[in-house]
Design a protein around this ligand. Structure first.
Ligand code: S3P
Length: 178
């Protein structure tokens, strides 16, 4: 029997979690939830405004609430935010309730995909303090080393389109009987 476990995409900013998640969900005929959008809807404002108005700590609390609520559901595809797995309780809940797919990418791909300022407050803040966005990404990747490890399946998306990544994940899920 096919599993109704959720499928959760984890990974650093710019690895393609949202675009791949949306495509994967439609391919599998499952509802898709982008956690950042979920939080924005509940808070009635954009992520960047939550950071600006309430600060990162408040955002992280919203993020943990979202994880707890979404892990109660079944049969959905979830795209997490890049920092969701920093919190051990979030990580434990997601690993318990879902098949975890980690997306990775090299620094150049991440830099290119996240080059628009204003959309990633964590990166803007880090870039402002060290002056260089590439360095900011490298430092953040280093500080988050290990948090995306141990997934059920991992895809390096650097040279792949979301469609190709989705195909790879679908092949893996098929092999798992999903
Ligand atoms: C964050 C990543 C963002 C968003 C928030 C914080 C992070 O999500 O949750 O800006 O700490 O890495 P994406 O990975 O979807 O950009």
């Amino acid at each position: 029997m096919a599993s109704n476990k959720n499928i959760v995409l984890i990974g650093f900013m710019g690895t393609g979690k949202s675009s791949t998640g949306r495509m994967l969900a439609s391919r599998l005929g499952r509802p898709f939830v982008d956690m950042d959008e979920y939080i924005e809807k509940h808070q009635g404002m954009k992520i960047k405004d939550i950071f600006a108005l309430h600060g990162e700590e408040y955002f992280r609390r919203c993020e943990s609430e979202a994880v707890a609520e979404l892990c109660e559901r079944k049969n959905i595809v979830i795209a997490t935010g890049g920092g969701t797995m920093k919190n051990e309780s979030n990580a434990a809940l997601l690993r318990k309730s879902s098949f975890v797919v980690a997306l990775t990418a090299d620094i150049d791909s991440i830099l290119l995909r996240t080059s628009k300022r204003g959309e990633r407050p964590v990166l803007d803040a880090a870039g402002n303090s060290c002056g260089d966005r590439r360095e900011a990404i490298a430092a953040l990747l280093e500080s988050r080393k290990g948090i995306y490890d141990g997934a059920d399946f991992t895809v390096d998306t650097s040279d792949l389109s979301p469609l190709q990544v989705t195909d790879g994940i679908c092949r893996f899920l098929k092999g798992m009987g999903i």
